[in-house]
Design a protein around this ligand. Structure first.
Ligand code: FES
Length: 607
């Protein structure tokens, strides 16, 4: 993106995806405040509170100041941390604010449709009572335990050395009674007799991560926490992250490390909320798109982003959590469901599982909208899936006044004659527009005939104004906004929405074509993902993102991938169902469809 004038520099503020044009030597804090981003700056930028920490991701900043050397540790500085009030912008730059630096957090959709799943976990509890043995026999406790487990469990079980120190301590503290967490191969954890057995389910999206702590015996969700995927600083979409991994010798390692770090931070927060120890977390399930899956495991991602788009790992996997540094019980494993293809992964499988899309009968369209959108069409016992690069526009990126869904973002808007009404998240003064707001704005502009079917302005309408030689429509003027500048939408913004909605619509059309069925034959449209939850479906149909299917056939199901991950966490049957399901899917690669370009070009129009 080019700066507005030659002297201006563009600073990209992540994770909110906000771009600001600033003069050289502007501090990151000044830029963030000007953009309406609430940064923790208790000392008002004096360099004394140390709260405005920010990662310098790319570009040139002023050298580390003496104040920063005092406030930050050598380890902080090595990680690229700076103080926002000290670091000055000297070129086009990107920074990433860690969650603790932001006073307001992004709205994340954690909950989703969940069908009842009977708990039947992989890891079960075995109570052991050694109260019959004398204290002198305690040295043989491991033998006694293994014999008892063998009797009740009937299979060969290993007992890792790391559990031995814990074992003696717990036997002494609990009058020779214990609970063991056991899977079919291994004793994973040794716990006090009545400890809850808990699992960790994680849905890792391109932009957001949702983590859940679940009681493995009852299936109850004990706590849920969301965070922004920190990889965003290395590429807003997956293609750019794959590029980063390929072009930098340590790229893959960096992407893996920051992801693992965030998955562990979410876990820490969940442990505090759920009041459970690390040893109690004896199983985990992680779902994500195929590239995220590979990055998490440290697998090569190059084949995913290069023709002929091979997928190194499609099978379901069980790995030791400790092998990738996930801080659950030392002996615990992580289950990862199978991937479908290079751009359609276990998160879509999880979504299909939790919504029971395949068991509903009739023709079902299941759409998980994100930076990458996965679509399934189930018709006449056939199941077609494709993935489309809808891009980050629905996250507010590449939109001039766009931002992610944080307080103050316009999430809904309506044009009523001369008056424009907006609704912001948490009713805070408007500082930008998030995805659902931009979609509403484009639908309203079209309804009011302020733009034509191609997205071009009707310049005869006095509501269209000019700024810097470009036509625009002002949603909130400078007086009414939270940062003292107009919030407007321009032709480029409309174009970004056209591209994003055309990507989704053309994916749907290709699948309908394969199924040889028409849109009005679709009985149910399941819309998943945060954006899918908050959009006005009527407006989405109006701008042509979806075919003209009656609105009552749409169902917004929230974070269904997270629900599917939880189902697979508590149920081995759900894991097997996920594996079977993948075998029945016919993956359609859009780029190899002969008439794809024609379908896409048609889908760009607002007709
Ligand atoms: Fe306090 Fe930067 S605002 S140190």
């Amino acid at each position: 993106m080019k700066p507005a004038d030659a002297d201006q520099l563009t600073l990209t503020l992540e994770p909110m995806g906000k771009r600001v044009d600033v003069a050289p030597k502007t501090t990151v804090l000044q830029a963030a405040q000007e953009a309406g981003v609430d940064v923790m700056a208790v000392c008002g930028g004096m360099g004394t509170c140390g709260m405005c920490k920010v990662y310098s991701v790319s570009g040139k900043f002023s050298p580390v100041s003496l104040i920063e050397q005092e406030q930050l540790t050598a380890a902080d500085l090595n990680k690229g941390l700076r103080l926002a009030c000290e670091a000055q912008v000297l070129s086009h730059c990107t920074v990433l604010f860690p969650p603790e630096t932001l006073a307001t957090l992004q709205r994340l959709q954690l909950e989703g449709m969940q069908t009842a799943t009977t708990p039947e976990p992989c890891v079960v509890r075995l109570k052991v009572d050694l109260s019959g043995i004398s204290k002198s026999e305690l040295d043989r406790a491991v033998d006694r335990i293994l014999a008892e487990v063998h009797n009740t469990h009937g299979s060969v079980i290993t007992f890792s050395d790391h559990l031995i120190p814990q074992l003696s301590k717990l036997l002494e503290e609990n009058e020779l009674e214990l609970s063991l967490a056991v899977n079919d191969r291994e004793i994973i954890s040794v716990l006090p007799p009545d400890s809850r057995l808990v699992g960790y389910a994680v849905d890792i999206g391109t932009t957001k991560i949702a983590g859940f702590l679940v009681d493995l015996t009852t299936g109850q969700t004990l706590a849920s926490v969301g965070a922004t995927n920190p990889q965003i600083a290395y590429g807003e979409d997956i293609i750019n992250r794959i590029k980063f991994a390929n072009e930098n010798p340590q790229g893959g390692k960096i992407l893996q490390a920051i992801l693992v770090q965030t998955v562990n931070s979410i876990l820490e927060e969940l442990r505090l909320l759920g009041n459970v120890s690390r040893d109690q977390i004896v199983d985990a399930v992680m779902v994500g798109n195929t590239a995220i899956h590979h990055m998490l495991l440290g697998l090569p991602v190059k084949p995913l982003g290069t023709a002929p788009y091979q997928t190194p790992a499609t099978q379901s996997m069980v790995i030791h959590a400790r092998d990738i540094g996930i801080m659950i019980a030392e002996g615990a494993s992580i289950y990862l469901p199978p991937n479908i293809a290079s751009f359609i992964g276990g998160d879509h499988v999880a979504m299909l599982l939790s919504t029971e899309a395949r068991n509903r009968g009739g023709t079902i369209l299941a759409v998980d909208i994100g930076t990458n959108t996965e679509i399934s069409l189930i018709n006449n016992n056939r199941h077609y899936s494709c993935s489309c690069a809808s891009g980050p526009a629905f996250e507010g990126a590449h939109i001039r006044e766009g931002m992610r869904a944080i307080p103050g973002a316009i999430e809904k808007m309506l044009i009523d004659g001369e008056v424009t009404k907006v609704k912001t998240i948490q009713n805070k003064p408007a500082i930008g527009i998030c995805g659902s707001g931009v979609l509403d704005a484009v639908a309203e502009l079209r309804r009011e005939r302020l733009i034509d079917a191609r997205g071009s302005w009707n310049r005869d309408d006095p509501r269209i104004t000019m700024r810097g030689g470009k036509s625009q429509f002002v949603l909130v003027d400078a007086k009414g906004s939270g940062h003292g500048r107009d919030i407007a939408i321009d032709r480029n913004d409309i174009n970004q929405i056209q591209l994003a909605k055309a990507a989704i619509r053309s994916g749907i059309e290709v699948l309908l074509q394969h199924a040889q069925t028409a849109a009005d034959e679709v009985n149910l449209v399941l819309l998943a993902g945060a954006f899918g939850t908050y959009i006005d479906v009527h407006n989405a149909v109006e701008i042509g993102m979806f075919p003209r299917i009656p609105l009552e056939r749409f169902q917004q199901v929230g974070n269904a991938a997270g629900s599917g991950a939880r189902a697979m966490l508590i149920s081995t049957a759900s894991r097997r169902a996920a594996e079977q399901l993948v075998g029945q899917i016919e993956y359609i690669e859009l780029m190899t469809e002969g008439n794809y370009t024609d379908i896409f070009m048609k889908a760009i129009s607002f007709d």
